[in-house]
Write a protein that binds this ligand. Structure first.
Ligand code: PMP
Length: 416
């Protein structure tokens, strides 16, 4: 039987929720873990861990091909997870949900397959933004092997917001796709993607949205957005690594050729010619991450038990609190001060390298990210080699932010 997303909402209580995430009880360097690197990957609730264990312990079999009980069970669970994803992002059809390894593979798939579909000619242009993750820059450059694609970049202001006037001016007859990030992992900026899609569609240009950072924080409705492609990774939305989603409108997925060839994506094969399966299967060559897909379904169930705006409101409280506390630290500068922001705070401190900040506070069990966050162009834009970044999920607390602040004061004392 295919299960659907639960309707009765669980009241959000942070202390109660923290009990669902076993890792949050562990010690690091003798101190309680303070995990503030959720933009890199989020922690997993017990239900997701249980889904993985259940599959490998009792239900393991390959999918789609076996006519025996376990294979049918595994297939049913995997396909039920696809249905959960479809409902989670409100896709029109379950066949618009392609399981991939993550956001990175999804963008590579679209780039490669659109290129093979002859969507691009030499000299055509893809519009991206200055705040893209490398996953939405490099795949387009790699097409250079086959087609010479030029990237046109939407500039940003000092707060880290897109210059929408400049965006409109980037379009020309060579523009073939807009591919932009929904929420920046480096700055936390929430981009006006609905507006971006409207503008591009008025010029008949399709749009891919990199939703890797948006999906964990906000309800995303791909039909309401009218996105042509929307991609995300399971591991940032409390699911396992190695599984992610490419949503594509049927009209695009139907016209795009397969990305990889192999088993499970074909209808017939002879040495002369192969015919391909329907969407989404024609994009899913080989044995997939079955356990990952099933556990992503469990992660979606986990998130969907809550009222999502309630979670987003709590995360925003953390953002406001963290911004206020960090801003009070002398010499600390927040990078990314957009009006519309998700719970990500990137910062630098005069005279102290971000790596030193990260390494020293780690001795107190506090995990933040330091570096260029796979967004080197945005670091160049702010003339920085790196930032320190604290990113919050709904299981974080104000006390954890207080610990971060104490840790930063300790770092400053050491460098004084
Ligand atoms: N886009 C954004 C905005 C991201 O933050 C990330 C991961 N940091 C990615 C794409 C790539 O995700 P993954 O590594 O899971 O494929």
């Amino acid at each position: 039987m295919i299960t659907t997303i639960q309707e009765v909402k669980r009241k959000f209580d942070v202390e109660d929720v923290r009990k669902d995430f076993p890792i949050l009880t562990r010690l690091v360097n003798g101190k309680s873990l303070v995990y503030l690197d959720n933009a890199a990957t989020s922690q997993k609730p017990q239900t997701v861990i249980d889904a993985l264990t259940q599959y490998y312990t009792f239900d393991n079999a390959n999918i789609h091909r076996g006519l025996y009980f376990l294979s049918e069970l595994a297939t049913e669970q995997y396909e039920s997870a696809r249905l959960k994803v479809k409902e989670f992002i409100n896709a029109m059809s379950v066949s618009e949900i392609v399981f991939v390894r993550g956001a990175t593979e999804a963008i590579n798939l679209v780039a490669s397959s659109l290129c093979r579909a002859k969507h691009f000619k030499d000299g055509d242009e893809v519009i991206i933004s200055h705040m893209e993750h490398h996953a939405n820059i490099v795949p387009w450059q790699l097409l250079g092997d086959r087609k010479n694609i030029n990237l046109k970049v939407i500039p940003i202001n000092d707060a880290g917001e897109l210059d929408m006037d400049a965006f409109e001016k980037l379009f020309c007859e060579k523009t073939k796709l807009v591919s932009v990030v929904h929420i920046s992992n480096a700055l936390g900026t929430i981009n006006p993607v609905k507006k971006i899609i409207e503008i591009a569609h008025a010029k008949k240009i399709p749009v891919l949205i990199d939703g890797a950072q948006a999906i964990p924080h906000h309800k995303v409705d791909v039909q309401e957005l009218d996105a042509d492609f929307y991609v995300f990774s399971g591991h940032k939305v409390f699911g396992p690594t190695g599984i992610g989603v490419l949503y594509g409108k049927t009209e695009f997925l139907e016209m795009m050729p397969p990305y990889q060839g192999g088993g499970d994506m074909i209808r017939t094969v002879t040495f002369e010619k192969t015919t391909f399966d329907d969407i989404p299967r024609k994009f899913e060559a080989g044995t997939p991450n079955i356990a990952g897909g099933i556990a992503l379904g469990a992660a979606i169930d986990y998130v969907m038990q809550f009222d999502r705006p309630e979670l987003a409101e709590y995360e925003n409280e953390l953002l406001v609190y963290g911004t206020e506390k960090l801003s009070q630290i002398e010499g600390l500068r927040i990078i990314g001060t957009a009006k519309e922001k998700a719970s990500v705070i990137s910062f630098v401190i005069d005279g102290i390298h971000p790596y030193d900040i990260g390494t020293i506070i780690d001795t107190d069990g506090i995990a933040i990210r330091t570096g260029h966050h796979c967004t080197q162009p945005i670091m160049q834009r702010f003339n920085l080699p790196a930032t320190a970044r604290a990113s919050f999920a709904f299981y974080n607390t104000k006390e954890e932010i207080d610990n971060l602040v104490l840790g930063i004061h300790k770092v400053k004392k050491m460098f004084a």
